[in-house]
Design a protein around this ligand. Structure first.
Ligand code: NDP
Length: 329
């Protein structure tokens, strides 16, 4: 049966081009579950896979889309049957394997998570990998002792996908959120998600001059990395933790070890791609419970398969606000 997909091809000069094409089901890769995809989204990594960058895609033609939600169409695995609603993030789907920018996807049952009750396929992709990762970051901070009332929790890259969801969930749980943004025009949006105050990106942009500054933050969800993460480490309260999620501002870490040694600061690495299944279930259950749906709705920009090449370029330039939800049908 024919279905539509956003296919990225590479020409003889090594340039990549994305276009919406009609494919046949026989072209799908092997796998034990076939899913009728309803929604996907645009993450930073999708921006890389839609263009030439990143070296993430191994072979062309390629169908990107690192996450999707949809309905099982056929399954050879006893855990899933036709009609089940599922969500997929990670496992290098959309990079090494064909992904969610298509009306159909075929993959390993092990990679899927049943959609929790109360979460639609559209809401699941409004959350997407970015929001799922924001929840993993929050769970890691909680596991290291963060509680509401402990003080301000910093969210960097706040108007982006990870940052928007982190801001909304933290605020919903009673944390006081300080949102770092380089886009002052997003102040109303961020306050609407629950941020108590806005920290201009420029305030944290300079590289570390003093290894320790005033103890300010009770926790941090960091989507930016680089010089900003290094600065933030020196501003954490005694024993507080930073969940390192992203590198929108750079992969380097021009820091000193002093905050670890003198303030017992913890730097927690967050990976969503190879996350064990049990923790995935726990995170999706928490998302269904703790993320207010009206705030999620405020983050959504709708899109179609045709919009993806443009949106892929935009997210790499930090121009996408909140969460894009792609209706692939
Ligand atoms: P977005 O592009 O939606 O958000 C990133 C935000 O970072 C931007 O909106 C902007 O926020 C800020 N930003 C961008 N460039 C800079 C810069 N040069 N200096 C400081 N801030 C900057 O991406 P996502 O939220 O989807 O992803 C964020 C990061 O997390 C990415 O690096 C991504 O690769 C990573 N990630 C990691 C995962 C994991 O498993 N560890 C999973 C998902 C994402 P503002 O305009 O508000 O300043």
């Amino acid at each position: 049966m024919a279905f539509r997909a956003l296919v990225v091809e590479k020409d003889d000069e090594g340039k990549t081009h994305g276009s919406v094409q009609t494919l046949d089901e026989a072209q799908l890769p092997p796998g034990d579950v076939t899913v009728a995809v309803e929604y996907s989204t645009v993450n930073y990594k999708d921006g890389l896979c839609l263009g030439p960058g990143g070296g993430l895609v191994r072979s062309y033609p390629h169908v990107p889309g690192i996450d999707f939600a949809g309905v099982v169409e056929a399954s050879d695995d006893p855990r899933y049957k036709a009609g089940d609603k599922v969500v997929l993030t990670g496992w290098r789907v959309g990079e090494v394997h064909w992904g969610g920018y298509a009306e159909k996807a075929r993959l390993k049952a092990d990679w899927l998570v049943p959609l929790p009750d109360g979460l639609s396929t559209r809401a699941a992709m409004a959350v997407g990998t970015a929001g799922f990762t924001a929840m993993l970051a929050l769970m890691a901070l909680e596991d290291h002792g963060l509680k509401p009332g402990a003080g301000e929790v910093l969210v960097t890259g706040a108007a982006g996908g990870v940052g928007s969801v982190a801001t909304a969930i933290l605020a919903q749980l009673g944390h006081e959120v300080a949102a770092v943004t380089g886009r002052p025009e997003q102040e109303d949006y961020l306050k609407g998600l629950g941020a108590a105050r806005i920290v201009p990106r420029a305030d944290l942009a300079e590289t570390v001059k003093r290894p320790l500054e005033a103890e300010t933050w009770a926790g941090c969800v960091d989507a930016v990395g680089g010089a900003m993460l290094a600065r933030v480490l020196g501003q954490m309260k005694y024993g507080a933790s930073v969940a390192a999620v992203g590198l929108a501002g750079g992969a380097g870490l021009p820091a000193t070890v002093i905050p670890f040694l003198l303030r017992g600061v913890n730097l927690l690495g967050i990976d969503s791609v190879m996350q064990p299944h049990d923790n995935r279930l726990r995170a999706w259950e928490r998302i269904a419970r703790d993320l207010p749906m009206d705030k999620l709705e405020a983050m959504i920009a709708p899109a179609t398969l045709e919009d993806l090449p443009r949106l892929g370029a935009a997210i790499l330039k930090g121009e996408v606000r909140g969460r894009v939800v792609v209706d692939v049908r």
